[in-house]
Design a protein around this ligand. Structure first.
Ligand code: SF4
Ligand code: SF4
Ligand code: FES
Length: 184
Protein backbone atom coordinates (compact mmCIF):
# COMPACT_ATOMS: atom_id res chain seq x y z
CA UNK A 1 0.00 0.00 0.00
CA UNK A 2 1.48 3.36 -1.01
CA UNK A 3 1.62 6.30 1.38
CA UNK A 4 -0.82 9.11 0.70
CA UNK A 5 1.70 11.90 0.61
CA UNK A 6 5.13 12.29 -0.90
CA UNK A 7 7.68 14.49 0.81
CA UNK A 8 9.58 16.19 -1.99
CA UNK A 9 12.72 18.24 -1.46
CA UNK A 10 13.55 20.31 -4.53
CA UNK A 11 16.78 22.10 -5.41
CA UNK A 12 16.32 25.82 -5.96
CA UNK A 13 18.93 28.13 -7.38
CA UNK A 14 18.88 31.21 -9.52
CA UNK A 15 22.54 32.01 -10.28
CA UNK A 16 21.54 35.57 -11.23
CA UNK A 17 19.85 36.30 -7.90
CA UNK A 18 20.87 33.82 -5.17
CA UNK A 19 24.05 33.55 -3.12
CA UNK A 20 23.91 29.78 -3.44
CA UNK A 21 21.60 26.78 -3.81
CA UNK A 22 18.89 25.90 -1.30
CA UNK A 23 16.12 23.31 -1.05
CA UNK A 24 12.38 23.73 -0.61
CA UNK A 25 10.23 20.91 0.72
CA UNK A 26 6.69 20.19 -0.46
CA UNK A 27 4.00 17.65 0.38
CA UNK A 28 2.40 16.17 -2.72
CA UNK A 29 -0.48 13.66 -2.91
CA UNK A 30 1.06 10.33 -3.91
CA UNK A 31 -0.92 8.34 -6.44
CA UNK A 32 0.08 5.16 -8.25
CA UNK A 33 0.49 6.95 -11.57
CA UNK A 34 2.48 9.90 -10.21
CA UNK A 35 5.83 10.40 -11.97
CA UNK A 36 8.62 12.70 -10.93
CA UNK A 37 7.60 15.04 -13.76
CA UNK A 38 3.94 15.17 -12.69
CA UNK A 39 5.15 15.76 -9.14
CA UNK A 40 7.06 18.83 -10.34
CA UNK A 41 4.06 19.98 -12.37
CA UNK A 42 1.88 19.62 -9.26
CA UNK A 43 4.33 21.69 -7.20
CA UNK A 44 4.47 24.36 -9.89
CA UNK A 45 0.69 24.50 -10.18
CA UNK A 46 -0.20 24.40 -6.47
CA UNK A 47 2.73 25.81 -4.52
CA UNK A 48 5.33 27.57 -6.57
CA UNK A 49 4.73 28.91 -10.06
CA UNK A 50 8.34 30.06 -10.20
CA UNK A 51 9.83 26.56 -10.06
CA UNK A 52 11.83 25.99 -13.23
CA UNK A 53 12.25 22.61 -14.90
CA UNK A 54 12.28 21.28 -18.44
CA UNK A 55 10.42 18.62 -20.32
CA UNK A 56 9.48 17.92 -23.91
CA UNK A 57 8.00 14.70 -25.23
CA UNK A 58 6.71 13.46 -21.84
CA UNK A 59 8.11 10.08 -22.71
CA UNK A 60 6.21 8.26 -25.44
CA UNK A 61 7.58 4.77 -25.82
CA UNK A 62 9.65 5.38 -28.94
CA UNK A 63 10.77 8.94 -28.33
CA UNK A 64 12.45 10.10 -25.19
CA UNK A 65 13.80 13.57 -25.81
CA UNK A 66 15.90 13.66 -22.64
CA UNK A 67 14.90 17.24 -21.84
CA UNK A 68 13.57 16.17 -18.44
CA UNK A 69 16.82 14.63 -17.16
CA UNK A 70 17.31 15.38 -13.44
CA UNK A 71 18.75 13.60 -10.42
CA UNK A 72 16.31 11.80 -8.09
CA UNK A 73 17.60 10.53 -4.75
CA UNK A 74 21.13 10.59 -6.05
CA UNK A 75 20.43 8.83 -9.35
CA UNK A 76 20.13 10.49 -12.76
CA UNK A 77 16.67 9.89 -14.22
CA UNK A 78 14.27 11.02 -16.89
CA UNK A 79 11.62 12.65 -14.73
CA UNK A 80 8.78 11.66 -17.07
CA UNK A 81 9.79 7.99 -16.82
CA UNK A 82 10.65 7.73 -13.13
CA UNK A 83 7.84 6.75 -10.79
CA UNK A 84 7.43 9.05 -7.80
CA UNK A 85 8.48 7.79 -4.37
CA UNK A 86 7.26 8.73 -0.89
CA UNK A 87 10.48 10.54 -0.15
CA UNK A 88 12.39 12.30 -2.91
CA UNK A 89 15.21 14.76 -3.32
CA UNK A 90 15.14 16.20 -6.82
CA UNK A 91 18.23 17.99 -8.11
CA UNK A 92 19.49 19.21 -11.48
CA UNK A 93 21.53 16.81 -13.57
CA UNK A 94 25.10 17.31 -12.42
CA UNK A 95 26.60 17.08 -15.87
CA UNK A 96 25.38 20.53 -16.87
CA UNK A 97 25.44 24.05 -15.52
CA UNK A 98 22.27 25.31 -13.86
CA UNK A 99 20.24 28.02 -15.59
CA UNK A 100 17.58 28.04 -12.87
CA UNK A 101 16.48 25.37 -10.37
CA UNK A 102 16.25 22.09 -12.31
CA UNK A 103 16.68 23.70 -15.73
CA UNK A 104 20.19 23.12 -17.05
CA UNK A 105 22.16 24.22 -20.08
CA UNK A 106 22.65 21.03 -22.09
CA UNK A 107 25.36 22.73 -24.16
CA UNK A 108 27.48 23.53 -21.14
CA UNK A 109 29.08 20.58 -19.38
CA UNK A 110 30.34 21.00 -15.82
CA UNK A 111 34.03 20.14 -15.82
CA UNK A 112 34.55 19.65 -12.10
CA UNK A 113 31.72 17.81 -10.41
CA UNK A 114 30.80 18.24 -6.79
CA UNK A 115 31.82 14.88 -5.23
CA UNK A 116 28.77 15.12 -2.93
CA UNK A 117 26.61 14.71 -6.01
CA UNK A 118 28.08 11.46 -7.25
CA UNK A 119 25.43 8.82 -7.93
CA UNK A 120 24.56 6.62 -4.98
CA UNK A 121 22.77 4.03 -7.04
CA UNK A 122 25.03 2.84 -9.83
CA UNK A 123 24.02 1.87 -13.33
CA UNK A 124 25.66 -1.05 -15.12
CA UNK A 125 26.04 -0.82 -18.89
CA UNK A 126 27.32 -3.73 -20.92
CA UNK A 127 28.22 -3.70 -24.61
CA UNK A 128 28.64 -6.75 -26.80
CA UNK A 129 31.83 -5.64 -28.53
CA UNK A 130 31.62 -8.34 -31.18
CA UNK A 131 28.14 -7.21 -32.16
CA UNK A 132 28.88 -3.46 -32.15
CA UNK A 133 29.59 -2.14 -35.64
CA UNK A 134 30.42 1.40 -34.58
CA UNK A 135 27.38 3.02 -36.18
CA UNK A 136 27.23 5.72 -33.47
CA UNK A 137 23.48 5.59 -32.91
CA UNK A 138 23.98 5.21 -29.16
CA UNK A 139 26.13 8.35 -29.13
CA UNK A 140 23.47 10.26 -31.04
CA UNK A 141 20.43 9.29 -28.95
CA UNK A 142 21.90 9.47 -25.43
CA UNK A 143 20.44 12.56 -23.71
CA UNK A 144 23.31 12.88 -21.23
CA UNK A 145 26.23 12.11 -23.54
CA UNK A 146 27.42 8.93 -21.86
CA UNK A 147 28.88 7.34 -25.00
CA UNK A 148 32.05 7.69 -27.02
CA UNK A 149 33.31 5.76 -30.02
CA UNK A 150 36.79 4.34 -29.67
CA UNK A 151 38.33 2.39 -32.55
CA UNK A 152 34.85 2.00 -34.08
CA UNK A 153 33.42 0.48 -30.92
CA UNK A 154 30.96 2.07 -28.49
CA UNK A 155 32.31 2.77 -25.01
CA UNK A 156 30.17 3.99 -22.08
CA UNK A 157 32.53 6.74 -21.04
CA UNK A 158 30.52 8.53 -18.34
CA UNK A 159 28.27 5.98 -16.65
CA UNK A 160 27.64 8.27 -13.65
CA UNK A 161 25.56 10.47 -15.97
CA UNK A 162 23.34 7.65 -17.22
CA UNK A 163 19.59 7.95 -16.54
CA UNK A 164 19.35 4.18 -16.20
CA UNK A 165 16.93 1.58 -17.51
CA UNK A 166 13.99 4.02 -17.35
CA UNK A 167 15.73 5.78 -20.24
CA UNK A 168 17.27 2.91 -22.18
CA UNK A 169 17.40 4.87 -25.43
CA UNK A 170 20.82 3.50 -26.41
CA UNK A 171 19.68 -0.06 -25.90
CA UNK A 172 16.42 0.53 -27.72
CA UNK A 173 17.97 2.16 -30.77
CA UNK A 174 21.11 0.02 -31.15
CA UNK A 175 20.55 -1.80 -34.44
CA UNK A 176 22.77 -4.66 -33.26
CA UNK A 177 21.01 -5.03 -29.89
CA UNK A 178 24.49 -4.85 -28.36
CA UNK A 179 23.67 -2.76 -25.26
CA UNK A 180 22.19 -3.69 -21.89
CA UNK A 181 21.41 -1.07 -19.26
CA UNK A 182 20.54 -2.16 -15.70
CA UNK A 183 20.77 -0.95 -12.13
CA UNK A 184 23.95 -2.36 -10.57
S1 SF4 B 1 24.31 1.78 -31.44
FE1 SF4 B 1 25.00 -0.34 -31.06
S2 SF4 B 1 26.11 -0.93 -32.92
FE2 SF4 B 1 25.89 1.31 -32.97
S3 SF4 B 1 27.81 2.08 -32.02
FE3 SF4 B 1 26.28 1.91 -30.37
S4 SF4 B 1 26.60 -0.15 -29.50
FE4 SF4 B 1 27.62 -0.13 -31.47
S1 SF4 C 1 20.21 4.58 -20.82
FE1 SF4 C 1 21.59 4.83 -22.57
S2 SF4 C 1 20.76 6.58 -23.69
FE2 SF4 C 1 19.86 6.64 -21.66
S3 SF4 C 1 21.21 8.00 -20.47
FE3 SF4 C 1 21.90 5.88 -20.14
S4 SF4 C 1 23.51 5.58 -21.64
FE4 SF4 C 1 22.32 7.38 -22.31
S1 FES D 1 10.09 14.80 -21.39
FE1 FES D 1 11.11 13.82 -23.07
S2 FES D 1 12.12 12.16 -22.12
FE2 FES D 1 11.05 13.09 -20.49
Amino acid sequence: MRKQTATVKVYRYDPKADQGPSYNTYQVPLTDDLSVLTTLQYIQEHFDGGLSFRYGCEGPQHCKCGACAVVVNGQPALSCQRRAEASMVIEPHWKYTVIKDLTVDFRNIVRHRDPALVARQKVAITVDEDACDGCGDCVAVCPTKVWKLYKRKAVPDDIDSCCGPDCGQCSQYCPQKAITVALA
